[in-house]
Design a protein around this ligand. Structure first.
Ligand code: PMP
Length: 430
């Protein structure tokens, strides 16, 4: 192995030491040494445009976060069993971004932990077991939420009290009334739970259905769905790991696009711009039953350093109005992609909200997913130094989800490189 070129050697070593569960992006994986703003750099200084990473939503190596973390590390870092003002200051500022009914917050380190706790709270509050998710949902990697994440694949055992509703595929379903269609699907699954003696506890939804293939749909579409959940005594857990913190541009939280108030909300990824930090926000009455019997401690969560990073992130998001940038750049990007779709029939559908855009890659003239073309396209984009990924049940939807500080120039570069990549692929075919 010592004779192998350095990259190959690193790949072989990874496989050997880290085991088979770790997956890398791209046939020829990338090694980044630096990141600044919306750009990443390999050791030889080659620049890549980042249209994929939503965690550093304020940009890579953001100064405000570095300063806040370093200042706090120089003072003290402990845990939530001592009083510390950072956690209270941040908790108040975070809750101020929510409707007033959502007035409690607990801190974790990952989206998975937040969803895990949300499900436990939902079960305690309702006395139920059954949770509904969408057919391609991903909600995390703990034992509990893995069982509620069908996207992981058919080899992973699912929770026996979990039920799925189909992906709300606005492109292929051929109905304008997705909301009522989904509500009917939910009712069907609640009835199925009843038939099997499972008490319904609630539904967990990512309001832009990111792993399902990015289907934000029209504003308000989730209203009938959540009314149905409440009618049957269940709770609504909004998984805001993807749409939260201004990503959708229209509102700060994804659920707010639908004029609904969740019972529980989970968030993570961009919360501290890359420092591990996640949270569960809840209506106080829902937490009562759980908190009565269950103490909660999570060693690193809610630490003064994590809270300093989260505070600096929230403050900077407000100062720079990244939500507005997401809305404006998202509109520009979607509109340019729609223009491109007129010229290139493989771009079947362009959809999204804010800087979360999906492009359905299809066999021209049909709505049939073309996974192989999509994979070749993101590999070609990589050759043209642009990073993005794929999602959806057929893995054929371009997942465009850049840092929220994506600029007008970045939008133009992205579209130019996509056009170049599509042309290169057409030329290769001939
Ligand atoms: N929920 C959603 C919607 C996610 O996309 C993810 C991560 N991809 C998670 C939960 C889990 O978050 P984490 O990886 O931070 O545990």
């Amino acid at each position: 192995i010592d004779k192998l070129p350095p990259k190959l050697k690193a790949m072989v070593k990874r496989r050997k030491i880290l085991g088979g569960s770790y997956r890398l992006f791209y046939k020829e994986p990338l090694d980044f040494e630096e990141g600044h703003g919306t750009k990443l750099y390999t050791p030889d200084g080659t620049e890549y445009l980042d249209a994929y990473n939503n965690i550093p939503s304020l940009g890579h190596s953001r100064r405000e976060i570095q300063e806040a973390v370093s200042k706090q590390l120089n003072k003290i870092n402990t845990h939530t069993r001592y009083l510390n003002q950072n956690i209270l200051n941040y908790a108040e500022d975070l809750l101020a971004t929510f409707p007033k009914e959502l007035n409690r917050v607990m801190f974790m380190l990952s989206g998975s932990e937040a969803n895990d706790l949300a499900v436990r709270v939902a079960k305690a509050a309702t006395g139920g077991e059954g949770i509904i998710v969408t057919a391609e949902a991903y909600h995390g990697n703990t034992a509990l939420v893995t069982g509620l994440s069908p996207a992981i694949g058919s080899d992973v055992p699912m929770d026996i009290s979990m039920r799925m509703i189909p992906t709300p595929d606005t492109y292929r379903l051929g109905t304008d009334d997705i909301g009522n269609w989904m509500a009917a699907q939910v009712e069907k699954q609640i009835a199925d739970m009843q038939r099997h003696g499972i008490k319904f506890a609630g539904i967990m939804l990512d309001s832009i259905f990111s792993s399902d293939g990015i289907f934000p749909g029209k504003k308000g579409l989730l209203k009938p769905v959540i009314d149905m959940v409440h009618k049957h005594g269940g709770v609504y857990i909004a998984d805001e790991v993807q749409p939260g913190f201004g990503r959708t541009g229209e509102t700060f939280w994804g659920f707010q696009r639908h004029g609904i108030v969740p019972d529980l909300v989970t968030m993570g990824k961009p919360m501290a711009n890359g420092i591990a930090c996640s949270a569960l926000v809840a209506k106080s009455d829902l937490l009562k039953e759980f908190s009565k019997n269950t103490p909660y401690f999570n060693t690193f969560a809610g630490s003064p350093v994590a809270m300093a990073a989260a505070q600096a992130t929230l403050d900077t998001m407000k100062k720079d109005n990244t939500q507005k940038n997401s809305l404006d750049r998202g509109k520009e990007l979607a509109s340019k992609l729609r223009d491109l779709a007129k010229k290139y029939p493989v771009l079947g559908d362009v959809r999204g909200v804010g800087l979360y855009i999906g492009v359905d890659i299809v066999k021209p003239g049909t709505k049939e997913a073309d996974y192989n073309y999509a994979v070749r396209l993101i590999e070609t984009m990589r050759e043209n130094h642009v990073l993005l990924s794929l999602c959806g049940p057929h893995g054929n939807v371009l997942k465009i989800r850049p840092p929220l500080v994506f600029s007008k120039e970045d939008v133009i570069r992205f579209v130019d490189m996509l056009e170049k990549s599509l042309d290169e692929m057409e030329n290769k075919k001939e």
